[in-house]
Each structure stands twice: as structure tokens, then as C-alpha cells.
Design a binder for this molecule. Structure first.
Ligand code: MF3
Ligand code: CO
Length: 252
């Protein structure tokens, strides 16, 4: 069941999304060698609380913190820790969501810690570009897998791979609503290019891209997803409304 949002609801979603933007901005400012993911988690939670918003991930499926981190070969869902201290040359994914006034916003960025390798630079660039290419397809008349194809096409063209085990999602009064938004075109999918995109659909598009193979595994903490081959991984996410005028990035 896909819930279409009216203009008023999309404006509320923008307000939630802007709290996420502010939290990501403040975390990014504080990403330096020596900072722990626990410190960054406090920063994001403080921003949310100061704006009257609730961190969306805390308690979701028993996730124990506000932000999901992903350092280097971690893909998503890394739990913050005082012992997880960032160092020069790392890349770190910051994934944050909030609930404000009945609606969710969700966004992620991956940022460098000081100077990083040229391969890591390319990974961040290609992953963010793939998100933007996907977003460009989020318009009425297109189909859902037009988004997926744009993301996958760019990533594979650049020699990287798209993670299959996690997908984007509809978002609104729930953090995860229909439809699922894969970053790859599903094979032997029964519905061709996917459902038709309509004004009022709001989706979180979130490519996870690996330098090597797409396979991931979950660590013993039950949460942290890492690449099986140990290569670097990056993640970018925006909450996007499909409107008559095309895609509207609420987490801009
Ligand atoms: N951005 C991720 C998602 O939309 C974060 C969810 S992690 C969880 O699925 F902790 F909330 F599960
Ligand atoms: Co999400």
C-alpha cells in the first residue's frame, strides 16, 4: 500500500528532513581524526532534540543509538562507540533520521576524514552521483526501476558494485513504507520496470556502493553490515518527493 502525500504533508516532511540536514551538517563539521562515532551520535541527537524532533532509528527494531555509522569496509548500520575513533584516511557514513510532527525524514552522507586515497575519493563521488542520477528519474510518468537502472548503470560503468541486501524505501508517517526502492534492477521481476511513479509519492533513495564485490555480511553485534571482500563501501541517501514538477529533494 503506497500512501500519497498532499502538499501540506510534503511540507511537514520537509520540516522533518531539514532537521536531518542540520544534524548531518553538524556531524560533518565534527568529522576529524580523533573523534569517536559516539561523540558524533551525541551531536546528531542533540540537534534533533533541540528542534523538538525524535531520532528515528533509536529503538527501531531495537537499534540502540540515534545514528548509523559505516567506517571504511562497513556498509551500513554501524553502532556508535566511544572506542570507535576515526583516523586520517578513513571514510565514514553518517545515516540519520528523525520524526517531527508525525512525519519522518531520512538522509545519509559519506565523508572523508582528512586526506583519503584517490580510490576512496572516486567511490564517494560515484556513489553520490549515482544517487543524483536516481533522483533525476523520480518524476511522474517514469517507473520505479528507472531510478534503480540509473543508479546501477552509473555505478557499474565506473567499475564498482551495488549492494543488493539493502534497499531504499517509501517514507512518511512510517520510516519504512512501500514501495521498496532497489538500487539495482531486480532480475526476473514480475512487474517489468516497476510501478508507475505518481505525484505525492515520497521515497528515500539510498545507494550503497562497494569498490569490490556486492556481497555483505552482518557482524556479531547483529547490526553492522560489512563487505565480505573487505573493500571500501559508501552510502548516500536523500528523502525525495515525486511532484508534478519533478523530483523535490526534501533533505537538500
Ligand atoms: N537509513 C536506514 C534505513 O532507512 C537506517 C535504518 S537503521 C535502523 O533503513 F536502525 F533504524 F534500523
Ligand atoms: Co533510509
Amino acid at each position: 500500500m503506497i500512501y500519497l502525500k498532499n502538499k501540506e504533508e510534503i511540507e511537514k516532511m520537509r520540516s522533518a528532513a531539514q532537521v536531518v540536514v542540520e544534524a548531518l551538517r553538524k556531524m560533518r563539521e565534527n568529522v576529524v581524526a580523533g573523534v569517536s562515532t559516539w561523540d558524533l551520535d551525541r551531536i546528531a541527537e542533540d540537534v534533533a532534540v533541540s528542534k523538538g524532533a525524535k531520532p528515528a532509528f533509536k529503538g527501531y527494531s531495537s537499534y540502540p543509538a540515534s545514528v548509523c555509522f559505516a567506517v571504511n569496509s562497513e556498509v551500513v548500520h554501524g553502532i556508535p562507540s566511544k572506542k570507535k575513533v576515526l583516523k586520517e584516511g578513513d571514510i565514514v557514513g553518517l545515516d540519520f533520521g528523525v520524526l517531527l510532527d508525525g512525519f519522518y525524514g531520512d538522509s545519509a552522507i559519506t565523508v572523508p576524514v582528512g586526506g583519503i586515497s584517490s580510490q576512496a575519493e572516486k567511490l564517494l563521488k560515484v556513489t553520490e552521483e549515482s544517487l543524483m542520477r536516481g533522483i533525476n528519474e523520480a518524476k511522474p510518468g517514469n517507473r520505479l526501476y528507472d531510478i534503480s537502472a540509473a543508479i546501477q548503470g552509473h555505478v557499474e560503468q565506473e567499475g564498482f558494485s551495488v549492494v543488493r541486501s539493502f534497499v531504499g524505501h517509501g517514507i512518511g508517517r512510517k520510516l519504512h513504507e512501500d514501495p521498496q526502492v532497489p538500487n539495482f534492477v531486480p532480475e526476473n521481476g514480475s512487474n517489468g520496470k516497476g510501478i508507475k511513479l505518481k505525484p505525492g509519492m515520497v521515497i528515500a533513495i539510498e545507494p550503497m556502493v562497494n569498490v569490490g564485490r556486492p556481497d555483505v555480511k552482518i557482524l556479531n553485534d547483529g547490526w553492522t553490515a560489512v563487505t565480505v571482500d573487505g573493500t571500501l563501501s559508501a552510502h548516500f541517501e536523500h528523502t525525495v518527493a515525486v511532484t508534478e514538477n519533478g523530483p523535490l529533494v526534501l533533505t537538500q
